[in-house]
Design a protein around this ligand. Structure first.
Ligand code: ATR
Length: 273
C-alpha cells in the first residue's frame, strides 16, 4: 500500500486515520494512514524522514501548518492565501502544499447543510489562522458581502486587505463585534472562544430563523456559540462535517477519487455522542 500520515503535536487524538481508513475501504484504494508525532522543533526532519521511507503524502495539524507552508516547494493559491498548509503531496523532488480546510467548510455548508452562499451576507468571526484559511474559499462562492469581525480590529483589517488582494468584486468589511449590525444569512465562528466555552460578544439580533450559525469547533455538546445562536432561533451546525470534508479533499488530491463523506460523518457523530 501507499503510505500517508497525519503529523502533529499532539496527534494521538486525531480522527484522520479513522476517516482515511474508511475512505480507502469505500473506494478500494490500497493505502495505509498513520499518526506521526513530530517533536515541536522537528517538523521538517520528520517530514523528510517519512519521504525517505517512501511516504506519499501527509496531513498536517496543530502546530505545524505554518511550518508545512514554509517546507512546501509549491503552493496552491488557496494555501498561499491561507498562509498555512494542511495537506502535503510528495511528487519526486517536489513537495506540493495545499490547504483543504476552507473548501471543507464550504462543502459542508453548501452540500451537506444545503445552504447556498452565492448572493448571501456572511459574517466571519475571528481573524486568526482558522479565519484566514476560510477566506478565499468563502469569497469564491460569490457572497453579496463578507464581514470579518474580531476582538482586535487591526487583525480583521489585515484579513480584509488580504482578501481584497485575491478578490476585488466582493465587498469585504472589517468590524469589531459591537459594530456588527443587520441580518446575516451565515455566521461562522472561527474564533477559538469555544475552547474556553466562551462566545464573542455579538448582538442576538444578528441571528434569526433564516441564519445558519456554524462553529468550526465541534464537541459532543453544542459549543457556547451554537447555544447562543440557538436561543435566537438560528439553524446550528458544528465543524465535524468540515473535518470530514477537508479530509475528503485531501484524499482526492492524493488518490484522484472522491469518497462518500456522509456515511463517515454519521459514524463519527455517533462515536462522539
Ligand atoms: P486559530 O488557529 O484557532 O485561528 P489563532 O490564530 O490564535 O487561532 O486565532 C484565535 C482567534 O480567536 C483570534 O481571532 C482571537 O481574537 P484576537 O485576534 O482578538 O486575539 C479570537 N479569540 C480567542 N479567544 C477569544 C474570545 N474569548 N472571544 C473572542 N475572540 C476570541
Amino acid at each position: 500500500p501507499d503510505h500517508y500520515v497525519v503529523i502533529g503535536n499532539p496527534v494521538a487524538h486525531s480522527k484522520s486515520p479513522y476517516i482515511h481508513a474508511a475512505f480507502a475501504a469505500q473506494t478500494a484504494q490500497a493505502l495505509d494512514y498513520q499518526r506521526l508525532l513530530a517533536p515541536l522543533d522537528g517538523f521538517a526532519a520528520s517530514v523528510q524522514a517519512f519521504r525517505q521511507q517512501g511516504g506519499k503524502g501527509a496531513n498536517v495539524t496543530v502546530p505545524f501548518k505554518l511550518d508545512a507552508c514554509a517546507l512546501a516547494t509549491q503552493l496552491t493559491t488557496r494555501a498561499a492565501a491561507a498562509g498555512a498548509v494542511n495537506t502535503l503531496r510528495f511528487d519526486g523532488d517536489k513537495i506540493l502544499g495545499d490547504n483543504t480546510d476552507g473548501i471543507g467548510l464550504v462543502t459542508d455548508i453548501v452540500r451537506n447543510a444545503g445552504v447556498q452562499l452565492q448572493g448571501k451576507r456572511i459574517l466571519l468571526l475571528g481573524a486568526g489562522g482558522a479565519a484566514r484559511g476560510s477566506l478565499l474559499p468563502l469569497l469564491e462562492q460569490l457572497p453579496a458581502e463578507l464581514v470579518i469581525a474580531n476582538r482586535t480590529l487591526s487583525k480583521a483589517q489585515e484579513l480584509q486587505q488580504l482578501a481584497q488582494q485575491y478578490v476585488t468584486q466582493i465587498p469585504v468589511f472589517a468590524r469589531t463585534f459591537s459594530d456588527v449590525d443587520g441580518h446575516f444569512d451565515v455566521i461562522i465562528n472561527a474564533t477559538s472562544a469555544s475552547l474556553q466555552d466562551d462566545v464573542p460578544p455579538l448582538a442576538g439580533s444578528l441571528f434569526d430563523a433564516g441564519t445558519l450559525a456554524y462553529d468550526l469547533m465541534y464537541a459532543a455538546q453544542p459549543t457556547a456559540f451554537l447555544r447562543f445562536a440557538a436561543t435566537h432561533g438560528a439553524q446550528c451546525r458544528d465543524g465535524l462535517g468540515m473535518l470530514v470534508e477537508q479530509a475528503a479533499e485531501a484524499f482526492f488530491i492524493w488518490r484522484g477519487v472522491r469518497p462518500d463523506t456522509l456515511t463517515v460523518l454519521a459514524d463519527l457523530r455517533q462515536a462522539l455522542n
